[in-house]
Design a binder for this molecule. Structure first.
Ligand SMILES: [Zn+2]
Ligand SMILES: [Zn+2]
Length: 325
């Protein structure tokens, strides 16, 4: 992942000089979680440097917006607020009208829907804003949640890991079942190998999850950030049900291919959309893993076809089916 210094260097406009004032302002801004008004930022800056003027803070904030370091958000309060975008994924907001706090979430299903609408209307979309106004849980129940704010990046990484772990678990279940129902020796060994791999990956992901949880004691119990209707673990669960109903060796491989392909596409598609963050990395790494499994299964499927069909007339059929595998 890109260190903060490289990130800022990359965003610095060509020919612009380093300025210690600006650096201080950017530094303070990046150290904040949440949504600051220009005045909030000015107050923070003033507590570390009395000599910086309000105009300098405003100008730097404007520069940060143009450079992509800051995002401007409007919660309908009659003034803008700003949030930083460094390792901070794009998201939507829930805004409490009682306490005026805002809460972040991301739903890739909503993003996909917005893209589909824009595409259907031949509309070149530049930005979309989703804001839900209402009353937050604390204001509604009067119960204050312990602990301060947790960086969105941590919540994102937590949810990405949870999705990857759920997928890995259902993959393990699928391959264990597939190894049990497969008659072909070679095919069974492939499923056993995949089950073993899934188990190893699962151990690694669970260790990573545990490590992440150690960064903040309240992380586990925080509400979800990432919302997915159709995450990839459902694919393997459906595949396992199909195996249960009965499948021959080739069909079992084909079901595996379909699950891995769906899973690979899911993690790649969303991983590519996210901004630089641990959550993005988790998704892309997982997508690569799934691609390796997919390739292994396709190779096995072809080999099984090769072994079971020797006649020239069958061979034509094989090559035709290969393209669809
Ligand atoms: Zn509230
Ligand atoms: Zn936000």
């Amino acid at each position: 992942m890109e260190p903060q210094s490289d990130y800022l260097e990359r965003l610095r406009p060509a020919g612009s000089r380093r300025s210690t004032k600006r650096e201080l302002i950017v530094d303070v801004f990046l150290g904040q979680e949440g949504h600051l008004s220009a005045d909030d930022l000015f107050d923070l800056i003033r507590s570390s440097d009395q000599k910086i003027s309000r105009a300098t803070v405003y100008r730097t904030l404007q520069w940060m917006v143009e450079a992509g370091i800051a995002r401007k958000v409007d919660f309908g309060e009659g003034r803008f607020r700003f949030e930083h975008s460094y390792r901070h994924p794009r998201h939507f907001h829930l805004i409490c009208k009682t306490c005026n706090r805002s809460f972040e979430f991301l739903s890739s299903d909503i993003e996909v829907l917005i893209e589909e609408i824009a595409f259907a209307r031949k509309f070149a979309s530049r930005q979309s804003v989703v804001q839900i106004y209402g009353t937050c849980e604390e204001c509604k129940s009067g119960r204050v949640q312990p602990g301060g704010t947790v960086p969105t990046e941590l919540l994102f990484a937590r949810d990405a890991l949870r999705i990857a772990i759920a997928t890995e678990r259902s993959g393990l279940e699928f391959y264990t079942k597939a190894a049990r129902v497969t008659n072909d020796d070679r095919g069974r060994r492939v499923f056993e190998r995949l089950a073993k791999e899934e188990k190893e990956h699962l151990t690694i992901l669970e260790a990573r999850y545990k490590e992440l949880m150690e960064q903040d004691s309240s992380l586990e119990s925080r509400p979800p950030f990432l919302f997915f209707k159709g995450a990839a673990n459902g694919l393997f669960a459906a595949g396992a049900d199909e195996l249960e109903e009965g499948a021959d060796d080739k069909e079992a491989l084909m079901i595996g291919i379909r699950c891995e392909r769906g899973s690979h596409r899911f993690f790649r598609r969303y991983g590519e959309r996210f901004e630089d963050s641990e959550g993005k990395q988790i998704f892309l790494e997982f997508a690569d893993e799934e691609r390796e499994h997919l390739e292994l299964l396709i190779r096995e499927y072809r080999s099984l076809e090769e072994r079971t069909s020797k006649l020239p007339s069958r061979r034509r059929k094989v090559s035709k089916r290969r393209r669809t595998a």
